[in-house]
Design a protein around this ligand. Structure first.
Ligand code: HEC
Length: 255
């Protein structure tokens, strides 16, 4: 009989299991921060403080009603200023965003609350130092622009492939009775990465695809969780049953 499975964790030297555990723990922490980041950057765009499908749709395709400035003020930037000042800016945007009113009342708020981060020295954030800069964010919100999507796509495609290649490389040493199940847990994240990235672009045109963005992200998370938990468990707490050991892990020559 040929060996159908990679060596089980229990056959690996201690040092290799320690290395695997370290890598898994740091990647798990990274995954947790990625989830926090997704929540922090998308929640509340639709007015509801929870992260909703609508938030995702708005992030990619825009609000159709309202501006980038408004969705930022209702969402990720809402903690940067008191509610009454927040409302003042939103009222100003809705009433036409005139330059006179900006100079009269809005500029001081923005100077006090926003330009420590949103200044000309920070190339990654829209500058709010002058009227032109603010107006740039007060135009109709069309969601993430194409250039940003392309940039984030390549980062995700490379980054997530590295992560899942490492995690699956470790998970290979786990024992799962059904081979197809193990293969599915390994393959699904890679398919999900592609579906996820593709659905960002589609969501820009067709909002209901926000469900696919969320679904593929959830599948990725579930598979990451499964690989993580099964690997850690089988590495340190699990004893391979004797019959399994004989049936799957010993070649004919050993017998
Ligand atoms: C502590 C730093 C900080 C402060 C203060 C701050 N912001 Fe931001 N702002 C950010 C970061 C970081 C992002 C990017 C967040 C993201 O993409 O999720 C951002 C994003 C935004 C965006 C969205 C830009 C886009 O391209 O979608 C707008 C609009 C915005 N901020 C407006 C404001 C306003 C108005 C204020 C003041 C009331 C403010 N910010 C205060 C750090 C800050």
């Amino acid at each position: 009989m040929s060996q159908r499975f990679s060596l089980h964790f229990s056959h690996l030297p201690l040092v290799q299991r320690v290395l695997y555990t370290c890598a898994l723990c740091v990647l798990g922490l990274g995954y947790a921060f990625a989830m926090i980041y997704i929540f922090a950057s998308h929640h509340g765009r639709d007015g509801d403080p929870m992260l909703t499908v609508k938030d995702i749709a708005i992030a990619y395709s825009g609000t159709k009603s309202g501006t980038k400035l408004e969705s930022a003020l209702k969402g990720p930037m809402s903690g940067m200023l008191p509610a009454d000042e927040n409302l003042k800016i939103i009222d100003w945007v809705r009433s036409g965003a005139s330059e006179k009113e900006y100079e009269d009342s809005v500029k001081t708020i923005i100077d006090n609350r926003c330009i420590t981060c949103h200044n000309n020295r920070n190339p990654h954030l829209p500058s709010l130092e002058d009227y032109q800069g603010v107006m740039h964010t007060a135009e109709e919100d069309h969601g993430v622009d194409m250039f940003t999507l392309v940039r984030v796509s390549h980062i995700h495609l490379f980054g997530l492939t590295f992560i899942f290649f490492i995690v699956a490389g470790i998970f290979l040493h786990a024992y799962i009775r059904h081979e197809w199940l193990k293969i599915a847990i390994i393959v699904i994240p890679f398919v999900s990465i592609i579906v996820d990235v593709a659905s960002w672009y589609i969501t820009k045109l067709f909002e209901p695809f926000a469900w696919v963005v969320i679904g593929s992200g959830a599948l990725m998370g579930i598979c990451f969780g499964l690989q993580f938990i099964i690997s850690i468990y089988q590495m340190w707490f699990y004893k391979l049953p004797e019959d399994v050991h004989l049936r799957f892990y010993c070649s004919v020559e050993d017998d």
